[in-house]
Design a protein around this ligand. Structure first.
Ligand code: AMP
Length: 472
């Protein structure tokens, strides 16, 4: 088995690796580090969870340990599709540069330009950025990219999904192809990605590592086939079913990520869960950075039990111990199913992945089963065979939400432009379900449920229970 000490890494980097507790390189690290250190372009076909981040961070630190950065001319550049991923890469640099003196700057949306400008003006060794934000800085004349010696493109397939490929091509164009080394990572090789690598990589060393087990025995999978009693009740009935599924897992469900296909649903589901006393918070690209960071930190620390997420926001997140993944929607890209359920059952732990499938998603379910080459076991609805009664008042927002899959949406910079406008759930709390979590703050209607978003000026009729209101 290869050892880190066989890889020609800087001894100071080896020391930091040892302190991080890693005993041996993962296959992508053992494969990518030697050619990277020889100065070759590398094409790594690997997804998150394989250790690919250290696969490019470790050789970069070793190579950058010699030399100094000049003002406004970063010596290396890492491009990531999302802010979270960029922040994670930055954390990796912090861990492994413990004994090497390197400067870095993180250029991501939601962080002030001023601070970032200051760092760049001084000169940075490593610039970690999302494409849109990097171009903003470049276009303001604050950056010169011709001195970039190592350029990393991370999660290129996700960049493609998010419409970032033209930006990536532009950025490549600002660097010097004769002096630039490129390390390029993608989970899949779509034709467009192949084209980019053919254009910008020079005789790359290609390494592919097996995808994470999709139907690993340690992940219990299941899907509930569900049809709403009425179309306009689908959302509220699905949310009720979700709560029943969560409850059905009992204490086994220590924490969970709940995936929705649309940002608007991420908000609605998170609000609804909170309303019913579940400890839940949303994460998606339209939320401001400090809120996203706070939510994520809370979830990582175990202070938040349910993270309701969109695919883009959750991509690449490294949360080591997630007991459950709930797919509120069947993902419209089969690949996303693999990424989603890969959040649980990590590092050999047991995990569970439970999905809700409505009739119009059956085609997508079939695509997933083709991809993973397995039938996902059908599980009985915990609400019985009949359709569940909806939440007492169906959320009005559902009637207005257009459905839009990523495929049909125009390329966009999701950091900057909302995919959809989220509308809050405005329905009053349900009476039939008493809160099962710590008593909410603020006014209560006597059932432990508290309407959110109304501050302290809660009209008295809302504070009545549903039955009380119905009774007049
Ligand atoms: P990544 O695929 O880069 O997101 O890494 C996934 C997880 O693997 C992270 O929690 C890393 O800290 C961890 N990791 C990276 N390299 C190693 C290694 N050589 N041995 C054990 N864990 C590692």
């Amino acid at each position: 088995m290869t050892k880190f000490s066989d890889l020609n890494l800087n001894p100071k980097v080896l020391k930091a690796i040892e302190e991080a507790g890693y005993e041996s390189p993962t296959p992508i690290q053992a494969g990518a580090i030697p050619p990277a250190l020889e100065g070759r372009d590398v094409l790594g076909i690997a997804q998150t969870g394989t250790g690919k981040t250290a696969g490019f961070v470790l050789p970069m630190i070793t190579m950058l340990a010699r030399g100094r950065a000049r003002a406004r001319m970063p010596r290396s550049l890492v491009l990531c599709p999302t802010r979270e991923l960029a922040a994670q890469v930055a954390e990796n640099f912090d861990t492994y540069t413990k004994y090497v003196n390197l400067t870095k700057a993180l250029l991501i949306g939601g962080v002030s330009f001023k601070e970032q400008d200051k760092l760049i003006d001084k000169g940075v060794d490593v610039l970690i950025a999302t494409p849109g934000r990097l171009l903003d800085h470049f276009e303001r004349g604050k950056l010169i990219l011709s001195d970039v010696k190592v350029m990393v493109v991370d999660e290129a397939d996700r960049m493609l999904d998010m419409g970032f490929i033209p930006d990536i091509e532009k950025i490549f164009g600002f660097t010097n192809p004769l002096t630039r080394q490129t390390l390029f990572f993608s989970a899949t090789m779509a034709p467009e990605i192949e084209r980019i690598t053919n254009t910008f990589l020079s005789n790359p060393f290609r390494i592919e590592v097996a995808r994470q087990a999709t139907t690993g025995e340690n992940i219990k999978q299941g899907v509930v086939m569900f049809k709403a009693s009425r179309k306009d009740r689908e959302g509220s009935e699905k949310r009720k079913l979700l709560r029943a599924l969560i409850d059905g897992e009992g204490e086994k469900c220590t924490n969970a990520i709940i995936f929705c296909n649309r940002k608007s649903d991420v908000d609605i589901v998170a609000k609804s869960l909170k309303k019913y006393g579940y400890d839940a918070a949303p994460i998606h690209g339209d939320l401001d950075q400090s809120q996203r960071t706070r939510t994520l930190d809370g979830f990582r620390a175990g202070d938040l039990r349910f993270l309701v997420a969109s695919d883009v926001a959750a991509r690449g997140l490294d949360v080591p111990a997630v007991s459950h993944v709930f797919n509120f929607d069947v993902p419209s890209h089969a690949e996303d199913y693999v990424h989603r359920i890969g959040r649980t059952g990590r590092a050999g732990r047991d995990g569970a992945a439970i999905m809700i499938c409505v009739p119009r998603d059956e085609k997508n379910l079939a695509d997933i089963e083709t991809l993973v080459q397995n039938e996902i076991p059908r599980i009985e609805s915990p609400l019985g065979s009949g359709s569940p009664a909806p939440e007492p008042e169906a959320a009005p927002e559902e009637k207005k939400q257009p459905s839009r899959s990523r495929k049909s949406s125009a390329p966009k910079k999701s950091e900057a432009k909302p995919e959809e406008t989220a509308e809050p759930e405005t329905s009053a709390p349900a009476a039939q379900e008493s809160a099962r979590k710590p008593a909410p703050r603020g006014k209560s209607n006597g059932n432990g449920n508290t309407p959110v978003g109304m501050g302290d000026h809660l009209p008295s009729f809302i504070a009545l229970s549903f039955e009380e209101r119905r009774a007049g």
